[in-house]
Design a protein around this ligand. Structure first.
Ligand SMILES: Nc1ncnc2c1ncn2[C@@H]1O[C@H](COP(=O)(O)OP(=O)(O)OP(=O)(O)O)[C@@H](O)[C@H]1O
Length: 323
């Protein structure tokens, strides 16, 4: 892919966005997206995801910092960037009286070298709705039409703002498969989402935004690894926590008990679980209701949001985990 000699398709450096009333929605964020990568911006409501994506799409000028898409400034060099990008906004806002096919044809007229409208409608599974008026589509079908239109120009870079909001589970999975297939074909994708499962399933790398800043970034596994794994089990009859091997020696970083149930936190899941099972084997006891699991992206997300808020409440600046 030709990226004007740039290794990254999207480069964001110390980006800031300030709205009319002086509100700073994006407070100096940096990240980059490599060719053929799916990068997800996650965040709480009002975190600044849409404000950021609009800057990447060249819809507004940053208050500070720098954006490059395919090596160009998307705002001042819009003519160079726009034909090579596809954009799916949160609200498509199409004339509701037109049919799906008419909408796709109208949109294709605005795109140079557009793919046949029927082809993109088939890609998103809307071919049977070609003759249906847009106002008669369900919310999920409208989202799929938005996606079809973003694909008309066969873009090198695709911006998807909450692509699966309003879709049912099947529609969401179909969208994930399509976006993955586009990535496998070389398209670079930047998406925003509220769905942690979506980021976990789709994203090669992600950034978690909170109150205008990036609180964590990396692969889903790297971000998840910031949280400890958990092991829980029921103490065997006649045993107490003090009968277990010294928990510190097992790599346990914290524990709590609730009646007979013991919950351990560890950053060395395999070592802790193995030591615990070896102990149980030697003691000839069964650990009932044993549950061993890595942290989920959801736990990492909730804790990051909580910790950042707590730091800010304490007057500290947000910790940047950004790589
Ligand atoms: N035009 C505007 N004028 C003033 N403030 C705005 C404007 N647009 C957005 N904001 C504020 O900027 C902040 C970030 O909004 P943004 O829409 O970027 O967040 P988001 O992460 O996309 O949220 P959501 O997940 O709810 O869509 C919010 O506090 C919002 O109220």
């Amino acid at each position: 892919m030709e990226t004007s000699g740039h290794e990254h398709v999207i480069e964001v450096t110390d980006l800031r966005r300030v709205y009319g009333g002086g509100f700073e929605a994006v407070r100096g964020i940096s990240f980059s997206v490599r060719p053929g990568e799916i990068f997800a911006l996650l965040g709480t409501n009002g975190a600044g995801k849409t404000s950021t994506v609009e800057l990447l799409e060249g819809l507004a000028q940053p208050a500070g910092g720098r954006v490059r898409v395919l090596g160009h400034d998307p705002y001042t060099d819009r003519a160079a960037v726009r034909p090579r990008t596809g954009v799916m906004l949160q609200e498509g806002g199409f004339p509701s009286e037109l049919t799906v096919a008419e909408t796709a044809r109208m949109w294709a007229g605005c795109v140079s070298g557009a793919r046949p409208p029927a082809e993109v409608l088939a890609l998103v599974g809307l071919e049977s709705k070609a003759g249906t008026r847009v106002k008669q589509l369900s919310g999920g079908q409208r989202r799929r039409l938005d996606l079809a239109l973003a694909l008309l120009g066969d873009p090198e870079v695709l911006f998807l703002d909450e692509p699966s909001t309003g879709l049912d589970a099947e529609g969401r999975r179909a969208t994930w498969e399509l976006v993955s297939a586009l990535r496998d074909g070389g398209t670079t994708v930047l998406l925003t989402t509220h769905y942690l499962e979506e980021a976990e399933n789709l994203a090669d790398r992600l950034a978690i935004m909170h109150e205008g800043r990036i609180a964590a970034t990396g692969t889903p596994a790297e971000v998840t690894a910031t949280e400890p794994s958990r092991i829980s089990f029921e103490l065997p009859d006649g045993y107490f926590v003090g009968d277990l091997p010294p928990l510190g020696d097992l790599g346990v970083t914290g524990h709590e008990t609730d009646g007979r149930t013991v919950r351990l936190r560890t950053r060395e899941l395999q070592r802790t679980a193995t030591a615990l099972l070896v102990w149980a084997e030697r003691a000839r006891v069964e650990l009932h209701r044993l549950d061993v699991r890595s942290a989920s992206l959801e736990e990492a997300f909730l804790n990051i949001a909580k910790n950042v808020s707590a730091e800010q409440a304490g007057g500290l600046t947000t910790k940047e985990y950004a790589a």
